[in-house]
Write a protein that binds this ligand. Structure first.
Ligand SMILES: [Zn+2]
Length: 220
């Protein structure tokens, strides 16, 4: 699944429209030629709805000893990350409604559609598009918390926390610490950062091994 995110409507659709996947299944005929056997079309809920399934209760939140905050009990970390992303999107969409003096709709999907349809100036449009693209990066990476995205060992290039998550099939990534997101047109930059970090850390490890071997030779 890939998405164009160059206009407000496209970016909003990527978050709020059901996803239609078309998969072509081939087999070979008696002469060994490949032929189309059938086209498999699957419809999935929108990314926001998929993210929302992480909210379905099954486990509960319980208060910690101080009672000051809610702590999760037996909730997989990937699911918490998905819930956190959804809350971030809901808050962000509500904030834009407030700025644009729009009536709040019943959920983030409704708010996002209202924002995209509203009268906005070019600065506001740029801000909304940046937010929609970031939210798409979160949602595309963190949906399907039952099969969590890959965690990268490299630290985030922006906040330096080891909190990078990536979904290779969707070519999206996000940092669950600072909220930065990468989509298909920017993921190459993150890939380059990860490659450099990996090369650098291998270099560091090699240096450490050599120094250790030298110290051992000197001691013997
Ligand atoms: Zn970060």
């Amino acid at each position: 699944m890939t998405s164009d995110l160059y206009s407000l409507v496209d970016a909003a659709d990527a978050l709020t429209q059901p996803i239609r996947n078309t998969e072509r299944i081939f087999d070979r005929n008696g002469h060994g030629h490949q032929r189309l056997k059938r086209v498999w079309i699957t419809n999935q809920p929108s990314l926001l709805v998929q993210l929302h399934t992480a909210m379905i209760p099954g486990e509960v939140y319980s208060e910690d000893q101080t009672g000051a905050k809610l702590v999760p009990r037996s909730i997989p970390p990937a699911r918490l990350e998905a819930i956190n992303a959804l809350l971030g999107i809901e808050n962000g969409a509500a904030l834009w409604c407030d700025r644009l003096r729009l009536r709040l709709r019943e959920d983030a999907t409704g708010n996002i559609r209202a924002i995209v349809g509203a009268q906005t100036d070019s600065d506001q449009q740029a801000g909304i598009l940046a937010d929609l693209r970031r939210w798409y990066g979160w949602a595309a990476t963190l949906t399907g918390w039952q099969t969590p995205p890959l965690s990268l060992r490299a630290p985030c290039p922006l906040c330096d926390d080891r909190a990078l998550r990536v979904r290779l099939d969707r070519k999206t990534a996000t940092c669950v610490s600072c909220g930065e997101a990468w989509t298909e047109d920017t993921i190459g930059l993150l890939g380059e950062h990860v490659r450099r970090y990996t090369a650098w850390s291998e270099e560091q490890a090699r240096g450490a091994r050599e120094r250790w071997a030298e110290a051992r030779r000197a001691a013997s």
